[in-house]
Design a protein around this ligand. Structure first.
Ligand code: ADP
Ligand code: MG
Length: 160
């Protein structure tokens, strides 16, 4: 099994910085899934990814719960999805997700559990675990592509 890496982020800023490190190395077609309870930090992390992709207005990056998909333009297009409110998989098939998931942009998905079966096998899985009020354990789990080498590089360059 590929090697996962766990990073402890002691405050939202550290979670943001970890997201920047990822955003800087993302390539077109990459898919990143974010799992964790409400308030775990998935959207904070996505703001960091956006910053790392050169999207300057990261305040604009909010949970797309009501719209399901938000799109931002940086060094690459960023598609930020949140399926928390998705009713069923049939509703997902109406969204034309393949166009995003297999396109030239980067796709970041909150609540991928709601989409099981539709998510590409090659992806970076990120899991957020509450360890204290302001502290989160963030686990990076590589699936295919060259994710194992890439997360090792992120961890190496990480300054928290
Ligand atoms: P999610 O998208 O997972 O529902 P958000 O990123 O929207 O969560 O919210 C996370 C909340 O937790 C924010 O209010 C943030 O300030 C707070 N928080 C506290 N500590 C952290 C941390 N280490 N990383 C990320 N968010 C944190
Ligand atoms: Mg969110």
């Amino acid at each position: 099994m590929a090697k996962a890496i766990t990073v402890t982020c002691k405050n939202p800023g550290e979670t943001f910085n970890l997201g920047i490190g990822l955003g800087e190395i993302l390539a077109g077609g990459d898919v990143v899934t974010l799992q964790g309870e409400l308030g775990a930090g998935k959207t904070w992390f996505t703001k960091g990814i956006a910053h790392g992709l050169g999207i300057t207005d990261t305040n604009a990056v909010t949970s797309p719960s009501f719209t399901i998909i938000n799109e931002y333009q940086g060094r690459l297009p960023l598609f930020h999805m949140d399926f928390y409110r998705l009713e069923n998989k049939e509703a997902a098939s109406d969204l034309g997700l393949e166009e995003y998931l297999y396109g030239q942009g980067v796709t970041v998905i909150e609540w991928p559990e709601r989409l099981a079966g539709i998510i590409p096998a090659g992806r970076l899985e990120v899991r957020f675990i509450f360890s204290a009020e302001d502290k989160r354990e963030i686990e990076l789990i590589p699936h295919g592509k060259d994710w194992e080498e890439r997360i090792a590089k992120i961890a190496e360059n990480l300054v928290l």
